[in-house]
Design a protein around this ligand. Structure first.
Ligand code: FES
Length: 64
């Protein structure tokens, strides 16, 4: 599902960045993928996906 229309970024790309690139904040996510760097409409949804991905890592640390 697309989260950031302006930059064509999906929830899977955000999850991948959290799990594989060590992204742990919206600031990192914006710098790495460009999420919320244009109109900003996706910020809340991107933050939600980020939070959920971080929770997955905390619940299953070896799966990260
Ligand atoms: S939808 Fe993400 S910056 Fe516009």
């Amino acid at each position: 599902m697309y989260i950031c229309i302006c930059n064509n970024i999906t929830d899977k790309q955000i999850e991948h960045a959290v799990h594989n690139d060590g992204i742990c904040s919206m600031r990192d996510l914006c710098q790495q993928l460009g999420v919320a760097s244009c109109c900003g409409q996706c910020h809340a949804e991107a933050a939600k996906v980020l939070e959920e991905s971080l929770q997955q890592i905390n619940q299953h640390p070896t799966a990260a």
